[in-house]
Design a protein around this ligand. Structure first.
Ligand SMILES: *[C@@H]1O[C@H](CO)[C@@H](O)[C@H](O)[C@H]1NC(C)=O
Length: 188
């Protein structure tokens, strides 16, 4: 079962549990809120800690790859030359942004529309997603940056289809092609 399908199954399961728990009861809301705030604080702390570790490690190994064209935004593929340190910090920023946007979205849902269920779900699911984040796996859990954790990280598409053409490419041919395209100002 791929990660996205598993997430979907977990959401459906958590929704069922949430239904049983009578979350709209004012007595319970305090627990849901505390749980949510606790989890988000934990994730933000992890981000902060990761930034410290990545900067301290200062892994300046060169990293070169081709970022694939983005389907929905018309952004062409681009040639990227960076270091492991800067790449990781970039990915960390993505995680941070995702978390902050999520918190903003949940505040609107909860405080404005008075939904409590999403708050409960967003207290559980991000724990799994953060645990699976390659940066957490490498820098916190000390796993080697190989295989699935090799930079550049694979990005899961909608429903987790790891279609090759959408993945960052690291082979010489792709890099050469992308370099040439960007040098001559051509787009894709
Ligand atoms: C990181 O390493 C680079 C090159 O090895 C060096 O120039 C730089 O000063 C180092 N930065 C820190 C913060 O240690």
């Amino acid at each position: 079962m791929n990660a996205q399908v598993l997430n979907l199954v977990i959401i459906l399961f958590v929704v069922q549990v949430a239904r049983k728990l009578d979350l709209e009861n004012p007595e319970n809301i305090i627990y849901v809120r505390s749980g949510y705030i606790g989890v988000q604080t934990l994730i933000l702390s992890i981000c902060y800690y990761l930034a410290t570790i990545i900067k301290k490690k200062n892994d300046t190994t060169a990293l070169e790859y081709v970022e694939p064209a983005k389907r929905l935004t018309d952004e062409p593929s681009k040639h990227v030359e960076t270091t492991n340190r800067d790449y990781d910090l970039g990915k960390l920023q993505e995680l941070l942004k995702q978390t902050v946007i999520g918190i903003g979205f949940m505040m609107v849902l909860h405080l404005w529309f008075e939904f409590t269920q999403p708050l409960f779900i967003q207290s559980l699911l991000p724990l799994k997603i953060t645990y699976e984040n390659p940066l957490v796996q490498i820098h916190l859990l000390g796993k080697p940056a190989e295989g699935d954790l090799k930079r550049p990280f694979k990005t899961a598409g909608l429903f987790g289809n790891l279609v090759d053409s959408q993945q960052p490419q690291t082979d010489k041919t792709s890099i050469k092609k992308a370099k040439k395209a960007s040098n001559s100002g051509q787009r894709d």
